[in-house]
Design a protein around this ligand. Structure first.
Ligand SMILES: [Fe+2]
Ligand SMILES: [Fe+2]
Length: 470
């Protein structure tokens, strides 16, 4: 186990001190990052003490330390999972060969692009969420938001380290650009559409951490398989942090469901208008938020048929999540049955890897749905929350721009346009959800639309003052 050196300006477990040039370059980038955090990170909470976890080792057992930290003082650093002895490329045409410790020349620009695209999402989400602190439903939630934010900041560090360490001058320029693009910016937006959608309410935040951070998990898992070993090690450690982000989403939505069911019981009704009048989120509205964020996140996997992902796999750059669960790791002779608007098509498996990944992602998304539906069933209601079809509201791939309903059926354009407000949040729905966003900052108290969590952070009580506001 390699421990993390905290005595340096940039905490790290990569022996930065032995590479002066790299250390200087990163120390030059550091104040730019801090300036970005100050300008684009959470607004107005820089003086507050937040009960945050900080990575202290990359050992799965006891890797984090908890304590009160002011966010600008968070020790962002560079942490890679320990190397695996004699690690070999686990898929593609170079399967079985030793992994690369340096970037192979022929893959340089592709790898840089992959790392930049992943890196771009990390600060983007911090920017998307920067105003949320003002409407927190509790101090517990406020702390979780900030924990997610500082860790996304660290994930940016993870990608910037790779750019600086392995891509020379181009890498350093890309690292600057990662701070220059901003979510939703008209001139310099973030690279992927989902990361330009504002997140201005907490229901969206829970959905984002459930669906979009889970896309992140799948991307990281496929990079964890990479033949470029430093990328693999970086992503393996990021996954440890990422789990908490999805926990925030899953438990957040679960707490909304719980509270809504309480209100339904209290009022003896499932009438959305009466539930809303009582200050809770009716289940049909929640369903619309799920439809919106799930479909938006599905686009992040790219086109069903992709020669890029085929090439990335064949050359050993990006595997499938949990590559070892499959039998065939070369995929030169298997095919995949794909449903397109023109009917079923058989395509080479190598070209369908985005779809393979999207399918396993959707399966992972079902887990939370099952839990929430169990709550609803136990309360004696017939309604069930569902995931939209992967053809619904797509803007990339075979189904892009087609009038498809959430069940995946092609319908007329007119019906599609007319009924869209039944499927995703309308302006009125968003206005209603916004009206619920009143800030609650008394320790242990919750906003009226969300139930308290089952337990606090790190064995502390729910009533603990997780953020000491200043
Ligand atoms: Fe991340
Ligand atoms: Fe995340």
């Amino acid at each position: 186990m390699s421990s993390i050196n905290y005595s340096e300006k940039i905490p790290n477990n990569v022996n930065l001190v032995n590479d002066r040039t790299l250390q200087r370059a990163l120390e030059h980038w550091q104040p730019h990052f801090l300036q970005w955090w100050h300008e684009m990170g959470p607004t107005d909470f820089e003086k507050s003490d937040v009960y945050l976890r900080t990575a202290i080792s990359v050992d799965a057992q006891g890797w984090a330390n908890y304590g009160a930290v002011k966010m600008p003082d968070y020790r962002w650093g560079i942490f890679l999972a320990d190397p695996v002895t004699d690690r070999r490329i686990g898929f593609g045409d170079a399967m079985g060969q030793p992994v690369w410790q340096q970037v192979p020349g022929e893959y340089r620009s592709v790898l840089r692009r992959l790392i930049v695209t992943q890196g771009d999402t990390e600060p983007a989400s911090v920017e998307q969420q920067r105003l949320l602190g003002h409407t927190c439903p509790s101090l517990y939630d406020l702390r979780n938001l900030f924990q997610v934010n500082v860790e996304e900041g660290r994930h940016l560090w993870a990608m910037v380290y790779l750019l600086h360490a392995y891509f020379g001058r181009d890498g350093r320029e890309e690292a600057e650009e990662l701070l220059a693009r901003h979510s939703g910016d008209a001139d310099k937006p973030r690279i992927l559409t989902t990361f330009n959608e504002p997140i201005s309410d907490w229901l969206s935040f829970y959905c984002f951490t459930y669906f979009t951070d889970r896309d992140g998990k799948y991307q990281l898992k496929s990079f964890a398989e990479s033949g470029f070993d430093p990328l693999s090690r970086t992503c393996r450690f990021m996954l440890t942090e990422e789990a908490h982000h999805m926990f925030v989403g899953e438990t957040g939505i679960g707490r909304v469901v719980k509270r809504t069911l309480e209100v339904m019981k209290e009022l003896g009704t499932d009438d959305p208008a009466r539930i809303r009048a009582h200050g809770a989120v009716d289940l049909p509205t929640l369903q619309k938020y799920l439809n919106f964020w799930c479909s938006s996140s599905l686009d992040l996997f790219g086109s069903e048929i992709s020669s890029n992902s085929a090439a990335n796999f064949a050359s050993g750059l990006k595997g499938r999540p949990d590559e070892t669960q499959y039998e065939d790791h070369v995929l030169r002779s298997s095919s995949f049955k794909l449903m397109t608007p023109e009917g079923e098509q058989e395509v080479p498996m190598l070209n369908a890897l985005n779809e393979v990944m999207r399918e396993s992602y959707l399966k992972d998304c079902e887990i939370g749905l099952k839990r929430w539906n169990r709550q609803i069933e136990r309360a004696g209601h017939a309604l069930r929350l569902t995931l939209p079809s992967s053809r619904f509201r797509r803007s990339i791939g075979a189904w892009a721009g087609l009038p498809v309903d959430p069940q995946g059926k092609l319908i007329s354009k007119e019906e599609h346009a007319r009924r869209m407000s039944e499927w995703v949040p309308s302006e009125a729905d968003r206005a209603f959800v916004h009206s619920l966003m009143q800030r609650v900052i008394e320790p242990g108290k919750m906003a009226g639309w969300v139930a308290p969590p089952d337990r606090g952070i790190n064995n502390l009580p729910v009533e603990y003052e997780y953020v000491k506001l200043q």
